[in-house]
Design a protein around this ligand. Structure first.
Ligand SMILES: [Zn+2]
Length: 200
């Protein structure tokens, strides 16, 4: 497995619509493996193909005990509304409250091509919606009010100075999986980034 560079806000691929996967090939499975590894190394809970510079309709999540690749995912049901703070591996250190449906049903193929359905709320439900947005070229910033969006962009203007190439290269000496920090608990920021300050 390899760690892939994460494309950051400003990289054009994050604004392109992903393309339907026609055939699930060994290459696609390798990509999913690399995305799981990249997500783990970045302490994330979700990662979509455009975030690693790819066009496939594919994302991976590892949250609330669900570790799953979603190929050709579709939102087939949504209920309720709530607000939750979100972050994004492609917009490091920027967090904001986003309003979305509170419970969602998704349909997708797994890496064997088998269709499955999942209904989720809480952190997983959030994460699935955030990742689906990535496949449409959308970012959580797009869902903010004008004022909140301006504040988030100001934060990003400072943070992006750390990434002149708009790529986040993960260190090779990250902790091995058994020493990795625990997954964030419910109530912590959703989206695909880790909480801003991990609690002990
Ligand atoms: Zn994201």
């Amino acid at each position: 497995m390899a760690r892939l560079d994460i494309h950051l806000f400003g990289s054009p691929i994050l604004r392109q619509e992903a393309e339907r996967v026609a055939h699930i090939t060994p290459e696609l499975r390798r990509l999913a493996d690399d995305m799981f590894e990249t997500m783990r190394a970045a302490n994330g809970i979700g990662l979509a193909a455009p975030q690693v510079g790819r066009r496939e309709r594919l994302f991976v999540v590892d949250v609330d005990g669900v570790r799953q690749a979603f190929v050709n995912p579709e939102l087939v049901g949504a209920e309720g509304r709530n607000k939750w703070e979100e972050g994004c591996l492609s917009i490091p250190e920027v967090y904001a409250e986003v309003e979305r449906p509170s419970t969602v049903t998704f349909r997708a193929q797994d890496l064997d091509g088998v269709w499955f359905e999942v209904t989720a709320g809480d952190l997983l439900g959030r994460c699935l919606q955030h990742e689906l947005d990535h496949l449409a070229g959308k970012l959580f910033l797009d869902r903010l009010s004008l004022l909140k969006r301006r504040a988030a962009l100001r934060q990003w203007d400072e943070e992006k100075l750390n990434y002149p190439a708009l790529r986040r290269v993960l260190p090779v000496d990250a902790l091995p999986p058994e020493q990795a920090p625990p997954a964030p608990a419910a109530g912590t920021p959703a989206g695909d980034a880790a909480p801003p300050t991990p609690t002990p």
